[in-house]
Design a protein around this ligand. Sequence first.
Ligand SMILES: Cc1cc2nc3c(=O)[nH]c(=O)nc-3n(C[C@H](O)[C@H](O)[C@H](O)COP(=O)(O)O)c2cc1C
Length: 360
Amino acid sequence: MIDLRVKIFGKKLQSPLILASGPLSHDGKAIVLAHQAGFGAIVTKTISSIPAKNPFPHLIKNSRSLLNCEKWSELSYRQWVETEIPYAKKHGAIVIASIGLSQPDVKLIAQAVADAGADFIELVSYRSDSIVSMVKEAASLVKIPVFAKVSYNWHNYAEIARECVKTGAAGISAIDSVGPGLRIDIHSGKPLLGSSDGRGWISGEMIKPLALHCVAKIASFNPEIPVIGVGGVNNAEDIVEMFMAGASVVGVCSLPIVKGLGCAKILLSDLKKLLRQLGYNSLSEVKGVCQSYLGRDEYFTDGRVTIDHEMCNNCNLCIKLCPYQVISLKRKKIYINNSICHLCGYCVSICPKEAISLVE
Ligand SMILES: Cc1cc2nc3c(=O)[nH]c(=O)nc-3n(C[C@H](O)[C@H](O)[C@H](O)COP(=O)(O)O)c2cc1C
């Protein structure tokens, strides 16, 4: 039986699944629900010195992802430290207090959340030029480990993450939602979101490749520190990818908003099955396995595409969608003309039966 429990800085987490900061951790009761649903730790909605007032509406579904212009917590930091964090701690949750958005906010709030019982702190900023000073402030004030949340919107996120670690961050969370983006109501022509110029931030499935790249880069720069890999995780396969990129635990925000908190139990059970199928006995065996393939300059230009006719169900999707028209039917069987194939690999990624493979 694979044991999915993990330990971070001496704290035992019931699972490697973290509920990332967002509407589902809006208060103490919500945090306890997430804890009972199986999340190993819960990051509070970001706490700041002034409670937020959100535009209406501020959260919409965008295909299988989300677009939001939700700000930080609408509750005061006093309510968080007097009521919400103590309530969540009393009911057994591992609480990561998210603090934003500037160094004066950290100065006001960091010690208070630590005193209220928070297990860790996560710092978040909309601006790349303030996160390092926030880390410095928090690290000088509190004894509990401090994570810095890094945004893909910062072009030099890997350097910033390294600077945060040098300044005192015990770990990094990556990534925040990505944007800005815009959606329009085609009946009225108005933006779908209620922010001043309709802008919103994308999260969920769409951002997974961005998150994976960011996590992999940060983990390669800072192999000694834990990375909370967040962004676009939708199923057990995505969790494995995050671990392979170098994450130590994996966060989700959009998935439970789309599917409900019950997704945690399903993810964890699927993850155990998947690890067994892939031949792993623990998550630590999976962590960072992709790292040795990254940062290489050389790449293959030669190869061949092969098809397993036993597995092929003759759906002809590869024939229809091959961008270079090199696939056809020959004697009722799929035929790939390797002499003119451009080796783009698209057919491999779309075959519903996984019957096509690339041979280097
Ligand atoms: C509606 C919504 C509200 C969010 N609020 C916060 C927040 O207050 N603080 C924060 O650090 N991140 C916030 N996030 C970002 C998430 O914590 C997470 O980093 C991001 O959504 C990527 O993960 P996902 O693809 O699993 O959603 C929010 C995301 C969403 C969708």
